[in-house]
Design a protein around this ligand. Structure first.
Ligand code: PLP
Length: 395
């Protein structure tokens, strides 16, 4: 009997993408093996993080890298580093930012639910820009420039293409002229693989990616890549710091006067990662970087084709195929006709999840009467089951 079965749980066929609430992505056997192997021996975590960081740097073009417990944790830790730098007393005070830089500037059209992770570091979001002209979330450069002050810890720039918002290179230019770092939330911006390097190349000081989404690493893992001084601050605020000056591996920092003392358990200690997550993330990242967007696209297309074929000619539903030029990730959209298409869409979601096996579709546009089949979490065999069940439920 399997683990989930023994607990009385049904597993789900995931046609909804890399959703955290279903477990993210499926790890490859090689990734699982690396985690099991890592768990079977002890290793100094600071040394393991340093090696993992070099591998992250090599795959992102950043100066340095770090394994975090998710992209959201990467945002919290990244902002903590922008606030405290190498100031041990400031590290100790966080998330109380009294007397410290306590603001993060963001474009209004970039606000999203994950900025809670930024605020967790003790900062207040300072919004600039309009809703409306020159685009749904229009911002002028002078608005960002005018919002930056000696209280600004960072400018946050999540990768959302809200029309009218300033691009990352424009934001970086304005922020850097004023000595302020830019932190990029690119949690779900893979594929394309080129994005692993793109945001660093465009000037970001720190970039976060989820490890448990497209990369296929452990669900509770993520990547923080960027400036070496900020990554060093992250390490000091994240790792177990119950150390002694006489034996601490980083004691040269004390001797050189770069640190006024040893920080104790910091802000990030509540977001720790184990050697298993680090091993899994590194293995998954290497696999992902060695793969190709075209191969993924072909595999995903093989999952979607039978579903699309099964749905042609069903009454009351229009099936369309989507592929954005920016994002090599195909999907199928089922749009319901009739009076209350949103109600029908939610009803279909509930019937699929209540069936056996349970099937999850992407319901982010259900309100508007459409559901999306996202192939990232599907095998070809599962896709055949999805095709069959959808036909029955919609027929
Ligand atoms: C998924 C996501 C996150 C959170 O990533 P985790 O790795 O789950 O912590 C943050 N921001 C955006 C835009 C996301 O899509």
């Amino acid at each position: 009997m399997g683990f989930y079965e023994e607990l009385g749980l049904r597993t789900v066929i995931n046609a909804s993408g890399t959703l955290t609430r279903l477990g993210g992505s499926r790890m490859a056997p090689e990734t699982l093996a690396a985690m099991a192997e890592a768990a079977a021996a002890f290793v100094p975590i600071d040394e393991l993080q340093a090696r993992a960081g070099e591998i992250i740097a090599g795959n992102t073009g950043a100066e340095a890298g770090y394994v975090v417990s998710g992209a959201a944790a990467g945002l919290s830790l990244g902002v903590a580093a922008c606030i405290a730098g190498m100031d041990v007393a400031a590290m100790d005070r966080l998330p109380d930012t009294t007397g410290l830089k306590d603001e993060v500037v963001v474009q209004r059209g970039h606000r999203n639910a994950y900025d809670h992770a930024i605020r967790a570091a003790g900062v207040r979001m300072v919004e600039v820009g309009y809703l409306g002209y020159p685009g749904a979330g229009g911002t002028y450069g002078w608005q960002i420039a005018g919002a930056i002050s000696e209280r600004t810890a960072a400018v946050a720039c999540p990768i959302l293409d809200t029309p009218g918002t300033l691009s990352l290179p424009e934001v970086c230019q304005i922020a850097h002229e004023r000595g302020v770092p830019v932190i990029v939330d690119a949690a779900a911006e893979l594929p394309p693989r080129g994005n692993l390097r793109r945001f660093i190349a465009e000037g970001a000081d720190l970039v976060v990616f989820s490890g448990g989404k497209a990369i296929g690493g452990p669900q509770a893992s993520g990547i923080l890549a960027g400036r070496a001084d900020l990554i060093a601050s992250v390490a000091l605020q994240h790792q177990d710091m119950d150390v002694r000056a006489q034996t601490w591996a980083w004691r040269p920092l004390l001797e050189a006067g770069h640190l006024s003392g040893i920080p104790h358990q910091g802000f990030g200690r509540a977001m720790k990662v184990g050697r298993e997550e680090i091993a899994g993330l590194v293995t998954a990242l290497r696999r992902y970087a060695a793969g190709s967007d075209d191969d993924d696209l072909e595999r995903w297309q093989r999952c979607l084709d039978p579903i699309e074929q099964a749905l042609v000619g069903l009454p009351g539903v229009t099936v369309s195929h989507h592929l954005s030029p920016r994002r090599p990730l195909p999907s199928l959209r089922l749009s319901f006709d009739g009076d209350s298409p949103g109600t029908r869409a939610y009803d279909v979601v509930n019937r699929l999840m209540g069936g056996d096996p349970a099937i999850a579709l992407d319901q982010s546009a259900a309100e508007l009467g459409s559901l999306t089949v996202n192939p990232q979490g599907l095998t070809v065999d599962e896709a055949a089951i999805v095709a069959q069940r959808l036909r029955r439920v919609l027929g």
